[in-house]
Design a protein around this ligand. Structure first.
Ligand SMILES: [Zn+2]
Length: 130
């Protein structure tokens, strides 16, 4: 059984690699994913709507960093809120686009850590249908 510690999975997620083997890239382009890993055949989207959970990671990180930036700039550096609104609004649109791949990759790694695909017999049976 390959090593899949939390730090290994986190490293693979941040490098946008397969969480199971770390060999294949998860994405073809900016938004398009490979269906399976070419190294270990792990199916990335385990069920329809599987990556909905990654939107929580994306939304959470965006709102957390935007709120922290607002609090620090407005209350720490006394920047007027009228000056902060446009760049922070742009940040709230652009950051999730940049973070999209990492949110999916982190979600996949978390899921593989807490629900090991090697121990899931349902996935093995669906793999054999191909
Ligand atoms: Zn793999």
């Amino acid at each position: 059984m390959p090593e899949r510690s939390a730090s290994t999975l986190l490293s693979r997620a941040l490098h946008l690699r397969c969480p199971r083997c770390g060999e294949d890239r998860l994405f073809i382009g900016w938004f398009r994913m490979h269906e399976r890993c070419s190294g270990c055949q792990l199916k990335y989207e385990r069920s329809p709507g599987y990556f909905l959970g990654s939107t929580y990671i994306n939304y959470g990180l965006t709102s957390l960093t935007m709120s922290a930036a607002y609090l620090i700039l407005h209350f720490g550096y006394k920047v007027p809120k009228e000056w902060l609104a446009p760049p922070l609004a742009a940040y709230c649109v652009l950051w999730p686009l940049f973070w999209f791949r990492y949110a999916r990759s982190l979600f996949l790694a978390f899921d593989c850590y807490f629900d090991d695909p090697d121990l899931n017999s349902d996935e093995e049976s669906s793999d054999s249908e191909i």
